[in-house]
Design a binder for this molecule. Structure first.
Ligand SMILES: *[C@@H]1O[C@H](CO)[C@@H](O)[C@H](O)[C@H]1NC(C)=O
Ligand SMILES: *[C@@H]1O[C@H](CO)[C@@H](O)[C@H](O)[C@H]1NC(C)=O
Length: 427
């Protein structure tokens, strides 16, 4: 009986603490481009829960705006923008890798693909290391950041600038992650037996025969090589200079406190993981809003046939005239109406059932009851999760074969191959 007053006191005391608890201060180190789309969702969610968010961006950033109702920003001015931020550069990389993948099978195409990947990786990691150095060298800025009293740093470690900054400022580190600088994120923290965990670009599932396993080791070795000779050296130089030789960016990544992993086991092959990994795949799903009136009118005009929605990736802006025409003329034969995001030339064979737009409210269109199918290139997880959220079947030209998620679905019978096209069945 005597312990109840003590318990009541503890409860009351805790309640006081809870009510006086303010929101935290979060420093965000995002990556520009499509990665920002999902980081932005976290930023907005943090803001709506009363946290104060500060986002680090560069003066040449194309997606991360300086002024926002959701965050304050710190703008870093660089002499040369990192090439991940140069849209042309990324577009030409993606086009090039599409071409190579179409000639898949030849050893030359294989070497060419990795050559381009290494070049792009090398450039970007060097640019990111430079950006971090210029932050570290700006003593005023570092002092300001130290004095701001951030509670944690949230970073996307595909280019691990934020990881280094978190260590420099001695802040707890939370990762919003799918890829790190040398491949898929799980490989950095969890045991990943190559006998049943397919490596990036291998196109295998968790059931590999003997030769596939050998190939899987080869794919793995290439990424190990990339880590040692391409991705790590620029960061090791930063670590050596500021933190000492016994620190590497990989050890800092591995020491991150929390991993918000942008995937879900529904779309993954079974594999070991760690207790500080939280699976957030599908977090972008949100109900659709009404369409703008012209679009709504067009969609309604499809009557019982419904609408096909087509868009390419954020970075891959057009497929080149040849493929674009083939798609246009195929679509012109459909009874459905087509809403197509198109940035390149207007295709000549465009049917009168197709509406070309520069930009489309993707989530609102996917959530529209008239939408019958979603056509997109490469399985950018963000848009696939949106389609899954709304239960819209996805049709994907089979160009990017590297998507683990699509293969996982195929292995479960939720996706199938039709000619050279991947179709995902939705429920
Ligand atoms: C260093 O940071 C301060 C404060 O953010 C900024 O005003 C200044 O322009 C920066 N200096 C350089 C050389 O970038
Ligand atoms: C669209 O084109 C087809 C064939 O060219 C034609 O039969 C049809 O009337 C046209 N529809 C509209 C709405 O213009």
């Amino acid at each position: 009986m005597g312990s109840y007053p003590a318990l009541a006191f503890v409860l009351l005391f805790t309640a006081t603490l809870a009510s006086s608890c303010d929101g935290g201060k979060v420093l965000v180190f995002p990556i520009d481009g499509s990665h920002w789309l999902n980081m932005k969702i976290l930023v907005e969610a943090l803001h709506s829960r009363g946290h104060q968010v500060t986002v680090i961006r560069t003066s040449t950033s194309w997606y991360i705006s300086e002024i926002s109702p959701y965050y304050t920003s710190i703008t870093i001015t660089l002499e040369e923008p990192p090439s991940i931020e140069s849209q042309d550069h990324m577009t030409s990389f993606l086009k090039r890798s599409l071409e190579i993948r179409r000639n898949k099978g030849s050893l030359w195409a294989f070497i060419d693909f990795y050559q381009i990947l290494f070049d792009l990786m090398g450039q970007n990691q060097r640019a990111m290391a430079k950006m971090v150095t210029s932050i570290f060298e700006n003593k005023t800025l570092v002092k300001e950041m130290r004095e701001s009293g951030y509670d944690l740093l949230l970073a996307d470690p595909a280019f691990p600038g934020g990881v280094l900054l978190a260590h420099h400022l001695q802040l707890p580190l939370v990762l919003n992650v799918r890829w790190i600088f040398n491949g898929e994120a799980h490989f950095a923290i969890a045991p990943s037996p190559l006998s049943y965990v397919p490596q990036l670009f291998s196109d295998y599932s968790d059931k590999m025969d003997f030769f596939q396993r050998i190939n899987n080791i080869i794919y793995h070795s290439i990424l190990v090589y990339m880590y040692h000779y391409v991705a790590n050296p620029p960061y090791q130089a930063v670590c050596d200079k500021y933190f000492g030789h016994d620190v590497s960016v990989m050890s800092l990544v591995q020491g991150a406190d929390l991993w918000l992993m942008r995937t879900d086991y529904t779309f993954e092959f079974p594999r070991p993981t760690m207790p500080n990994v939280v699976y957030i795949g599908g977090f972008q799903g949100k109900p659709s809003k009404p369409l703008p009136s012209d679009l709504e009118e067009f969609v309604q005009s499809s009557a019982e046939h419904g609408v096909v929605v087509m868009t390419l990736g954020t970075l891959l802006r057009d497929l080149g005239p040849e493929i674009s025409e083939i798609i246009a003329s195929a679509f012109s034969n459909l009874p459905q109406k087509v809403v197509r995001r198109n940035i390149g030339e207007r295709p000549v064979t465009l049917g009168n059932n197709t509406m070309l737009v520069d930009w489309l409210p993707q989530n609102d269109l996917l959530g529209h009851p008239k939408t019958k199918v979603f056509v997109t290139t490469h399985g950018g997880t963000h848009r696939i999760y949106e389609a899954i959220y709304h239960g819209v079947p996805v049709l994907m030209p089979h160009l990017d074969q590297s998507d683990n998620m699509v293969r996982a679905l195929k292995a479960r019978g939720e996706a199938e191959m039709v000619g050279r096209t991947m179709r995902m069945l939705s429920h």
